[in-house]
Write a protein that binds this ligand. Structure first.
Ligand code: COA
Length: 591
């Protein structure tokens, strides 16, 4: 079928559906929802059999849905309607939720149903549920809807569906999200912040200054007067509740008169109130339109807060917030690094390099780099770079820090290393993973092993050394040029990854542990000797330092050269600027 995606952006769910439907043999083209006339033009050019809206914030124009079958992916159960579907489900503690594929009609989310898929809820941020459970359910439901459409079936009217549990819900406002620190218990506060994460966050204040709270984690030991900030650790601040405490990992600072900006009537039509994130001048001050680590956003204020170091530094402590966590099982070490959005700033890379070096002194044989649940890594931290006094200098420091980590992995001779991708990876994060001896990905993971979308960034992380031997010189050039997402299965097929494992996250972890234990067993000595010999041979042919210097010479031009494309693209990326055109590599219908 010819399927036109009409979407707000090429987000992870859209990428996954794009890759899955292409793999099924469908011809897929993408148009961003920029203006009705542009969408109409795309339909006229592509002449699709079907229009699919995986991630749309506005209604499809009547001129399109009257002429073509348009399927909407709604992140809610049958009957649920409105732009805050997941927010309400999390905040109200739903035990089960789902995704519904319905046909676009005059009233938003009220059309007949083509398919639905459910999932059990988990305590997690909204964005995490969206990237995992919602995405998996959406893939199932869209495939079922396409199969039904292909068989010439008709969708089912809501009126005749049995047991419709969902109902229309309004946009969730900051008044619905507000935290009462003197009354709300830890579980309630976590639910409220989770329901607002990654966007819009919960309007609140820290140190008496308004900000939006994001990225909350429970704390079991620390205590204090409800609302009091009792400790800091690396990027996070710990705040006491009536029955415990929570860590606040990230915040968006706002000016006093804008703390309730996403309550404004003008936001009501915009499901996530993204327009609030504009770079808004107010007097001599500016609003940060993106999240920053809490201890950085409130650097001066945080300095007087006592630090709460971890007793075992990297050793896993399951009752507190810990972004780098090490565990061991027999001859296998597991290094988890759960950095928000997979973004790895200079200091995070340095700490992770330290943790990696320490873990490789342990009496184990295999070291598995687990990354985080949602992302393994998305490369250098573009928000921190944007917020730096000199973004060029910070870019340089960050790329060197991530290269140091990649180099430490490449030079590790004591252990076999594995990157186990339970979550997605993008840009430099993909090549950081490839620095390991083996890369295993969860089925369902989406990879974006290219840099060009970030203002033609050349990229480093030894990609020029690592990629061509896996996929060939032409294959490497094609990946960089096409800038398209890859599924885990496709990555294995082209030789970029070594194995695709179970799709279910818990089953994936079991699979990883089993395979890593096997790797540490019979044949280990031979494998580690082969690895050392291969590295020595490569080093003679061309030293790692030469690969790195060549890549960094290009990066230096990107950061400090006369072409500002990288700086412009980074700004638009962190500010989540709305698209004004669809890139040609996605809009295949455009000549
Ligand atoms: N630095 C800072 N933040 C990053 C990031 C990075 N390298 N990569 C992703 N993020 C953030 C996004 O800003 C977004 O933030 P939000 O929580 O405020 O919405 C969040 O992670 C999710 O990103 P999004 O683009 O919505 O996720 P996706 O799954 O749809 O797309 C990528 C994934 C990797 C394709 C996309 O995020 C991307 O292109 N990232 C930049 C990669 C890059 O160029 N890195 C620098 C070169 S090494």
């Amino acid at each position: 079928m010819r399927i036109l995606f009409l979407t707000h952006g090429f987000n992870s769910l859209t990428q996954r559906l794009f890759a899955e439907l292409t793999a099924l043999g469908h011809e897929v083209s993408v148009e961003f929802d920029i203006a009705d006339s542009v969408s109409e033009e795309a339909v006229a050019l592509f002449q699709p059999d079907l229009v699919l809206a995986p991630f749309l914030k506005r209604a499809i124009p009547e001129s399109i849905w009257r002429q073509h079958v348009c399927l909407i992916v709604h992140p809610g159960i049958v009957g649920d309607r409105g732009p805050s579907a997941l927010d309400w489900a999390i905040q109200e503690g739903e035990a089960e939720w789902g995704v519904t594929v319905l046909q676009a009609e005059a009233e938003m989310d009220a059309g007949p149903v083509w398919a639905t898929a459910g999932f059990p809820m988990r305590r997690a941020k909204k964005a995490s549920l969206y990237r995992q459970e919602v995405t998996e359910a959406a893939v199932r439901a869209v495939k079922e809807a396409l199969a039904r459409f292909g068989r010439g079936e008709k969708p089912t009217s809501l009126a005749i569906l049995p047991d419709v549990r969902g109902c229309p819900r309004p946009v969730m406002r900051q008044a619905d999200r507000a935290i009462d620190w003197r009354r709300d218990d830890t579980a309630t506060i976590l639910r409220k912040i989770d329901a607002a994460d990654g966007f819009p966050g919960v309007a609140d204040s820290l140190f008496g200054q308004p900000c939006h709270l994001h990225d909350a984690w429970p704390e079991a030991r620390l205590r204090g007067a409800p609302g009091e900030i009792v400790a800091r650790r690396e990027t996070a601040l710990c705040r006491a509740t009536v029955d415990g405490a929570v860590w606040i990992g990230h915040v968006r600072r706002s000016l006093a008169n804008s703390a309730s900006a996403d309550n404004a009537p003008a936001q009501a039509g915009s499901p996530d109130g993204r327009s609030e994130t504009r770079w808004t001048p107010a007097g001599r001050h500016f609003l940060y339109p993106f999240k920053l680590p809490a201890t950085l956003a409130f650097a001066a204020e945080s300095a007087s807060i006592p630090e709460a170091p971890l007793a075992g530094r990297f050793t896993a402590d399951h009752v507190t917030w810990q972004d780098i966590r090490y565990e061991e099982a027999g001859a296998v070490g597991f290094l988890h690094f759960d950095f928000l959005n997979g973004a790895m700033g200079t200091r995070q890379c340095q700490r992770l390099t330290e943790a990696f070096r320490w873990a490789s002194t342990r009496p184990t044989r295999v070291l598995v780099l687990m990354g985080g649940g949602d992302f393994w890594s998305n490369g250098i931290h573009l928000n921190l770079i944007e917020a730096a006094e000199s973004p060029a200098d910070e870019s340089w420091a960050n790329i060197n820090a991530i290269d140091d980590l990649a180099e430490a992995i490449l030079r590790c001779e004591s252990h076999l290393t594995v990157a186990a991708l339970a979550g997605n990876a993008g840009a430099g994060g993909c090549f950081l993973a490839r620095a390991c001896d083996a890369v295993w990905a969860r089925d369902g993971v989406i990879l974006n092993p290219h840099y060009r979308n970030m203002g033609n960034l050349h990229g480093s992380e030894f990609w020029t050394y690592l990629l061509p031997p896996r996929v060939g010189t032409d294959g490497a050039a094609a990946i960089m040029r096409h800038r398209l997402p890859l599924t885990a299965a496709e990555a294995v097929r082209i030789g970029f990854h070594d194995a695709v494992l179970a799709g279910d996250t818990a089953a994936f972890r079991v699979d990883v542990a089993r395979r890593a234990a096997a790797m540490a067993g019979e044949g280990f000595t031979q494998r580690i000797e082969d690895k050392r010999a291969r590295r020595a041979c490569d080093e003679v042919e061309k030293p790692l330092s030469a690969w790195r210097a060549e890549e960094l010479a290009e990066m230096r031009r990107n950061f400090y050269g006369f072409d500002p494309s990288y700086h412009v693209a980074r700004w638009h990326f962190v500010a989540r600027s709305p698209h004004s055109w669809t890139p040609r590599h996605l809009a295949r219908h455009r000549p």
